[in-house]
Design a protein around this ligand. Structure first.
Ligand code: V47
Length: 391
């Protein structure tokens, strides 16, 4: 921890006092932290908060991502994964058999979480997704199904001609227990209008999460940053998440996602390219930890950040690396340089080499026992090779 004198010299004495006292930071405090050139000083404050919340633990989960389709009616400019039409090269839509098959290919492994998302397909009905969840739960009853962004839920409701609450209720009955945080992007309407004009707006995204929380479903949230948004837009985004959490309380974790530019239709103005540095990513992760005082966990998603920055992020407020993933398309279509999959030993190595204590968790951050001698079948079977890449 840096000294009070140091923060005083930076003009951040008041913020330092608030962080140590566990008091809520204002948007003005957030703007001053973003403007502070001493990234380490900002990171140390976030590290203080993450240590107060989770000590030296760094969480990971044994999970698998499944993308059921990349065909999407929204056509978001930043998204390199989406295809507007089924006839386009590379477009796909998995059948229910293929989805269950993907999960069963790794059968016998003690996955804790199945992360299922896709584009907003123009025709797949809600009954298809109810059937998929029932089959996954039937085959693997212990798995937590974490599926469908708020944007997908709103899309299903439109196709079905019912409310989002009805969609959530039906999916919960089928076995849905958690929702991922995607689709939030940046809430500020003038940015949303430019990067994802057809997608649910902020009000709809937040309302669906509130409804999910009211049904007892836990959800995550994200922020896509490092594109055309301003620092004020980032703070506005965090403020809206914080206010929603004050009301409905069901966000478990926030995942700051740095914009990856390859194959994207969203072109950044040349003068802004230099802004999106690794230090900006670390500072933004720290700001998420500091502003979101009511959200328990901050995830350093190794797929988008890369292994080394994800490790560094553990000192900038993050306490979770996500998991084994197995197969990833959204980040890799956009140029992510990370591996497709991580093993349990690989995740352990990343965490211990960074000086933290690895804790394998379930989808809800409950610790799961793991036998590190290799007797855990997941440790030997999950993913292809051991791909550490630790710093
Ligand atoms: O919603 C799309 C983002 C999200 C790009 O909840 C991009 O546990 C960077 O939400 N560059 C999907 N990001 C991923 C996501 C997620 C991932 C891991 C865990 C969880 C969780 C959620 O990816 C999208 C969008 O915000 N995205 N394109 C891109 N070019």
């Amino acid at each position: 921890m840096l000294t009070a004198d140091h923060y005083s010299r930076l003009g951040l004495a008041g913020i330092y006092d608030k962080v140590l006292a566990g008091e809520r930071l204002t948007l003005e405090d957030g703007a001053r932290l973003f403007a502070c050139p001493d990234v380490n000083a900002v990171g140390a404050l976030a590290h203080h908060v993450r240590t107060r919340l989770t000590g030296d633990k760094a969480y990971y989960v044994l999970n698998r991502h499944v993308n059921y389709t990349n065909i999407c009616v929204n056509g978001c400019l930043f998204c390199a994964f989406q295809k507007e039409r089924a006839e386009q090269a590379g477009a796909f839509a998995l059948s229910a058999d293929e989805i269950v098959q993907k999960i069963s290919d790794h059968g016998g492994m003690p996955f804790n979480e199945m992360h299922i998302v896709g584009g907003c397909h123009p025709a797949l009905p809600l009954s298809f997704f109810e059937g998929v969840i029932r089959r996954v739960k039937g085959a693997f009853p212990a798995i937590t199904v974490k599926a469908f962004t708020a944007v997908e839920i709103a899309h299903f409701a439109k196709l079905e001609g019912c409310t989002t609450l009805e969609v959530l209720t039906r999916l919960k009955e089928a076995g849905l227990r958690m929702m991922p945080g995607g689709g939030a992007e940046i809430f500020a309407p003038q940015v949303r209008e430019r990067i994802c004009p057809r997608k649910s707006d902020a009000q709809e995204w937040l309302r669906v999460h509130g409804e999910a929380h009211s049904l007892g479903l836990q959800t995550n949230c994200t922020m896509l940053f490092g594109h055309i948004e301003s620092v004020e837009d980032r703070l506005d985004h965090l403020d809206r998440l914080r206010r929603q959490q004050d009301i409905s309380g069901g966000f478990t974790c926030c995942i700051p996602l740095p914009f990856l530019t390859e194959n994207s239709l969203l072109k950044l103005p040349v003068e802004r390219l230099g802004e999106h540095t690794g230090l900006d990513r670390l500072k933004t992760i720290a700001l998420c930890r500091l502003m979101l005082d009511n959200i328990p966990h901050i995830k350093a998603y190794w797929v988008m950040l890369g292994m080394k920055m994800a490790q560094a992020a553990l000192y900038f407020g993050a306490d979770d690396l996500d998991g084994t993933i197995v197969e990833e398309k959204i980040g890799h279509d956009a140029g992510a340089q990370s591996e497709q999959s991580m093993t349990i030993p690989g995740l352990h190595e990343m965490i211990t080499r960074s000086g933290f204590t690895p804790v394998r968790r379930d989808a809800f951050y409950n610790p799961v026992n793991v036998n590190l001698t290799g007797a855990d079948p997941a440790a030997v079977n999950c993913g292809a090779d051991r791909k550490g890449g630790a710093a």
